[in-house]
Ligand binder design. Structure first.
Ligand code: TYM
Length: 334
């Protein structure tokens, strides 16, 4: 069976980029026959950025509710919280010992921190935790532990999946076995990088996100504040490089997208284009928003789903870890 796996870091409120880049394609994949799906809340990853326990807990609840509200069926998939599976940090160590440090030096998030320090005249590693540096190894453990073939992600995560392949292949080679399946990233091109309100990639770190489940009035207000150029009504507009157009494309049908393209050329007013964007997003989100609000009002139900998910996930993780401990020369745990 084809295994599909993906995770979301529990460091904030789920946004449209998470939805279009990961949740929506992942749920579609989980409904294909012959697919086994593994979707999880990356709360160990969250600790790299967020050292506020209340925020991590709140985000975990929100992201779990988002997955369920968007249609994930926890009875047919593996849906769990990363920190409920102790085999993940254990595998992280085994992989750490085969992962090349030079490869980790090239990881985007780490390099960005080092470059920023250089630009500001600081020590290269000032303010960089070992956790940030090791981020790709933890992520490789997430993926390799469950034998994922395919990992649906936005473009920003592709490098991490290539690193997971590298570490998995190295382990297989050193210990002479097919212990790990080598995963491939699956990037949906039309939403590979969904722009945020300021036109840059939608990201918690840029504070330019549109919350997935804001109420309709807030959603509309946010969309009305989206950056556009200063072209007046009647002047032709470029679709190329337009955040508005890219967002529209991620939610509209191909026919609707063609229609908006024609209206851009004909000089649609920005206000009207934003209204159309709001409508197409709200039409898709509104039914899920109701389910989300109901789930958020019942945290015990979410917790029960996650605990059942942890049992299912460990049923796969424990036997593999046993095999890996043997492979590297460690004994079984009592
Ligand atoms: P995270 O939490 O930053 O984002 C979760 C998912 O949302 C996608 N995404 C986007 N896609 C398109 N446009 C955007 N603007 C946008 N912003 C976010 C991300 O690409 C991602 O697919 N390290 C991961 C979480 C993780 C993981 C894993 C993913 C941990 N272990 C194993 C896959 C497999 C992260 O921080 O994603």
């Amino acid at each position: 069976k084809q295994r599909v796996l993906t995770g979301i870091t529990t460091s904030g409120t789920p946004h449209l980029g998470n939805y279009a880049g990961a949740i929506r394609p992942a749920i579609a994949a989980s409904r294909q026959p012959g697919v086994e799906s593994f979707y999880f809340l990356a709360d160990y990853h969250a600790l790299i950025k967020v050292q506020d326990p209340a925020r991590v807990q709140r985000s975990t609840l929100e992201i779990a509710a988002a997955w369920l509200a968007c249609g994930l069926d926890p009875d047919t998939v593996w849906f769990y919280r990363q920190s409920d599976v102790p085999e993940i940090p254990e595998l992280t160590w085994l992989l750490t010992c085969v992962a090349g440090k030079g490869i980790l030096n090239r990881a985007h998030a780490y390099k960005a921190a080092v470059d920023k320090n250089a630009a500001e005249g600081n020590d290269a590693d000032a303010g960089v935790s070992a956790g940030l540096f090791m981020y790709p190894v933890l992520m490789a453990a997430d993926i390799l532990l469950f034998g994922a073939h395919t990992v649906p992600v936005g473009r920003d995560q592709v490098q991490h999946i290539e690193m997971a392949r590298d570490f998995g292949a190295r382990f297989n080679h050193i210990y002479g076995g097919e212990y790990f399946t080598l995963p491939e990233a699956a990037v949906e091109e039309s939403v590979a990088t969904l722009p945020g309100l300021d036109g840059r990639k939608m990201s918690k770190s840029y504070d330019n996100t549109i919350a997935l489940f804001a109420d309709a009035a807030t959603l509309k207000k946010q969309i009305m504040g989206l950056v556009t150029d200063s072209r007046a009504p009647g002047e032709p507009k470029d679709t190329e490089g337009s955040a508005l157009f890219q967002l529209y494309q991620a939610f509209a049908s191909p026919a609707q997208t063609d229609a908006l393209r024609a209206d851009f050329a004909a000089g649609i007013a920005w206000g009207e284009a934003k209204q159309r964007l709001f409508e197409v997003i709200d039409a898709e989100i509104a039914p899920m928003r109701e389910r989300y609000n109901a789930l958020m009002a019942d945290p015990a139900r979410i917790e029960a789903v996650l605990q059942a998910g942890a049992v299912k996930a460990r049923a796969i993780a424990t036997p593999l870890l046993r095999q890996l401990r043997h492979a590297v020369g460690l004994r079984d745990l009592a």
